[in-house]
Design a protein around this ligand. Structure first.
Ligand SMILES: C[S@@+](CC[C@H](N)C(=O)[O-])C[C@H]1O[C@@H](n2cnc3c(N)ncnc32)[C@H](O)[C@@H]1O
Length: 216
């Protein structure tokens, strides 16, 4: 049975950090690396899409303790854990879907997302990235560290499987369920490009986790 996205993460919030650090290939490097790409100026404003318990923010605050962060996540339990960890930091949490929450116009110096956006199609991501681009200040940028498919066949396989399971279980279309459907890096870059981002570069990867940077 597929679990609703927020139920899935609520049920796993205890032990989540340990699970990620010990079981996801490259996690001992990619959180630190991702954080190292974010702005170091005091009070830089950064948006985190799917911030969860804030593993990337832990690294970011160690580089820039005065950053002003807005974290969006669907799962209140993950946000609760994050707020407990960073009670002394300038962080605003928003419980909701990044597809629905308004981001504003030219508000952020940078945006980041780690291990969250691999549940969505290219078509779903384009309007999200258009909204994200508008929310960045001129010269702002987006750092995406996420799980990617190696080849088109793998991407298609996961997508078809999700559709099959959804149909089999008669799941409503407008509810998010937890099932990984990673895009290839190529298709992710196409989504960012279609949204108007420029200089889209893949910077590094650790097995299936890749870091991309895209400039407004
Ligand atoms: C694997 S966790 C990653 C959390 C954190 N970025 C990290 O790397 O540890 C994925 C997070 O994305 C959130 N998420 C999934 N879909 C979302 C959506 N549509 N809007 C906001 N958050 C979402 C989940 O609730 C979960 O906390």
């Amino acid at each position: 049975m597929l679990e609703k996205m927020d139920d899935f993460f609520t049920a796993r919030v205890d032990g989540y950090d340990e699970h990620m650090k010990s079981n996801i290939e490259g996690a001992s490097s990619f959180y630190k690396y991702t954080a190292s790409l974010l702005p170091v100026v005091k009070m830089a404003s950064v948006l985190d899409l799917g911030c969860g318990t804030g593993l990337e923010l832990e690294e970011y605050f160690s580089v820039n303790p005065y950053a002003k962060v807005t974290g969006i996540d669907l799962t209140e339990a993950m946000l609760e854990s994050l707020r407990t960890k960073f009670s002394d930091k300038d962080i605003t949490t928003i419980c909701g879907s990044y597809f629905d929450v308004p981001f504003g116009k030219e508000v952020f110096d940078a945006a980041v997302s780690v291990e969250s956006l691999h549940h969505f199609t290219k078509e779903e991501k384009i309007p999200l990235y258009v909204k994200l681009k508008k929310a960045l200040k001129p010269g702002g940028y987006f750092v995406l560290t996420d799980y990617f498919a190696d080849i088109n066949e793998q991407e298609n396989h996961f997508r078809q499987e999700l559709l099959r399971i959804r149909q089999e279980q008669n799941l409503p279309n407008d509810v998010f369920y937890h099932y990984d459907t990673p895009l290839t890096v190529e298709h992710e870059k196409e989504a960012l490009l279609a949204a108007g981002f420029t200089q889209i570069e893949e910077l590094k990867h650790w097995e299936a986790t890749h870091t991309l940077k895209a400039i407004k």
